[in-house]
Design a protein around this ligand. Structure first.
Ligand code: 3PG
Length: 211
């Protein structure tokens, strides 16, 4: 457990790049319909924080994580927008200090044994393994986990449905993150987004359960 307790998480964390607030709401509603009650909204688009506010207000059943948190200002803005969890691709001392100071639930990213030992020193034991596939996939994480048995990972980056069994087979993996659930939604109306995302979410959960 991280020194600041994290909310309880499902095994699939949908990583989302949101283009409009309405699209964000439709995605969050679609995920819920498909059984996934959490979303990681990345701070990569100008409307991301507005979408977070809307999701926190209109879809409160969905646990709101904010990802691509790179700076202390990102942390503050995300919390103001309703974030219940913060996620970063890496770990900087500034972010770790801020998370500590303000008791923020934060999952930093790691890719190497040194990253993992640094995160462990800071009191973090639930970590995003990023970029999961490019950093060596399940084979690499299995080897890295062997000497670091008190750490738990959420591999993210290049992960798809077909990879779920190999990740689930690792005792150190509590779940995975990925953008495949919400890819290629451009041009769809909100109802179509909801249906598409609901189908993909249900499929992902089923694959994880059966893996
Ligand atoms: C992230 O921000 O966590 C990753 O970019 C998501 O990776 P993916 O798009 O390869 O799933």
């Amino acid at each position: 457990m991280n020194s600041i307790p994290l909310p309880s998480l499902q095994a699939i964390m949908p990583v989302v790049v949101i283009d409009t607030v309405d699209q964000g709401l439709a995605i969050a509603n679609g995920l819920l319909l498909g059984g996934i009650r959490q979303i990681e909204v990345t701070l990569r688009t100008t409307c991301a924080l507005k979408a977070c506010e809307a999701i926190a207000r209109d879809v409160p059943q969905c646990l709101l994580a904010v990802g691509t948190v790179l700076t202390v200002a990102d942390m503050d803005h995300a919390v103001q927008a309703g974030a219940q969890l913060l996620i970063s691709p890496g770990l900087t001392n500034r972010l770790a200090e801020q998370a500590h100071l303000k008791s923020l639930p934060w999952i930093p990213g790691v890719a190497t044994a040194t990253d993992m030992m640094n995160a462990r020193d800071w009191g973090y034991s639930v970590l995003k393994f990023f970029p999961a596939m490019a950093a060596g996939g399940p084979t690499a994480l299995k080897a890295l986990s062997a000497p670091l048995q008190d750490l738990t990972f959420i591999p993210t980056g290049g992960v798809g449905l077909a990879d779920l069994p190999a990740w689930k087979a690792l005792p150190s993996v509590q779940g995975v993150g990925g953008s495949w659930l919400t890819a290629n939604l451009q041009g769809m109306k909100p109802g179509e987004i909801e249906r598409t995302v609901a189908e993909r979410a249900a499929e992902a959960l089923k694959h994880w359960q059966q893996a």
